[in-house]
Design a protein around this ligand. Structure first.
Ligand SMILES: Nc1ncnc2c1ncn2[C@@H]1O[C@H](COP(=O)(O)OP(=O)(O)O)[C@@H](O)[C@H]1O
Ligand SMILES: [Mg+2]
Length: 282
């Protein structure tokens, strides 16, 4: 297996004038992470560090394991029977697969937004209040709902109709409602799996603007198949591909390259990355 992993580009100003990343301030540290569904290994040997308060994009062809890797970050794969995660995955310096770790608490701190907006069939208010209520929140729920909706750039559009069903909103509004629902439980990280692929270009742009604003307070990891989106919103990009073992016909996702988005899009170190970025493959 030939794999070239480039360390995150942490060189100072000259290389990255837009956002030098303080060395060592990583939310996630992955070392040789693999994930198998039963006997099928979907991704393997993933080693990378995800910096805090940055947007990291996971890109690569369909089936290379982007969603699988994303779900490893908050133990969402635990919910798929037969899934085995290998290697080490530290979150804020702690092994989140450790024996004493509560996966429910992991998922509260590391929230997730999915491809298709999935509001509950409840009011806008109750969608946002759902998580805090479940967690026994004792403060002012109205304030919390307003704050989450404001942060998700939805408050102005829904303030007068909080009792309306979340399902009555447009697709883009529903996705922002789902982001508000995630923010309401006060996470540290937001994982997004192709959050705009069901949205029109205007709704997509709104979500991208929202993401750019959220990174001051949160770390975002986003899977996207949209190259322009990765280039527009992310600071760091990981390119994964599918390695096909001709003998046994196994298709395993591997990390080809992880670096600043600027580097990946202008000066990729690996030809496979360049071919993918320029649309020659994938
Ligand atoms: N729950 C599952 N059970 C078995 N195989 C799965 C499951 N989810 C994904 N896979 C397989 O794992 C590989 C990676 O899938 P996925 O992570 O969804 O890729 P991507 O998001 O990059 O398209 C694919 O071969 C897919 O068929
Ligand atoms: Mg996917």
């Amino acid at each position: 297996m030939q794999q070239q992993v480039v360390a995150p580009d942490t060189r100072p100003e000259a290389a990255q004038p837009e956002s030098p990343i303080p060395r060592g301030d990583d939310v996630f540290e992955l070392a040789d992470v693999s994930c198998s569904y039963g006997s099928f290994t979907a991704v393997r040997d993933i080693s990378l560090n995800i910096p805090r308060h940055r947007i990291t994009a996971l890109i690569g062809p369909s089936g290379c394991g982007k969603s699988t890797l994303l779900r490893c970050l908050n133990r969402m794969n635990d919910l798929v029977p037969g899934t085995v995660v290998g290697g080490t995955l530290h979150y804020n310096g702690e092994d989140i697969y450790g024996a004493d770790i509560d996966p429910v608490e992991v998922r509260r701190r590391i929230g997730m937004v999915f491809q298709k907006p999935n509001p509950f069939p409840k009011s806008i208010y109750d969608n946002v209040a759902f998580g805090p209520r479940l967690n026994g929140f004792r403060g002012n729920l109205d304030d919390l709902v307003e704050e989450a909706l404001t942060r998700a750039a939805l408050w102005d559009e829904v303030r007068g109709k909080l009792k309306m069903s979340g399902l009555a909103l447009s697709g883009g509004q529903q996705q922002r409602l789902c982001i508000a629902r995630t923010l309401a439980v006060q996470p540290d990280v937001i994982l997004m799996d192709e959050p705009c692929s069901a949205l029109d270009p205007i709704a997509t742009l709104k979500i991208e603007e929202l993401m750019a604003g959220l990174k001051d307070d949160y770390t975002i990891v986003v899977v996207t198949h949209n190259m322009q989106q990765a280039a527009r919103v992310s600071d760091m990009t990981a390119f994964l591909t599918v390695n096909i073992d001709d003998e046994v016909g196994e298709r395993t996702g591997e990390l080809v390259e992880f670096a600043s988005t600027n580097h990946i899009f202008t000066n990729a170190s690996d030809k496979r990355t360049e071919d993918y970025i320029t649309g020659r493959f994938g």
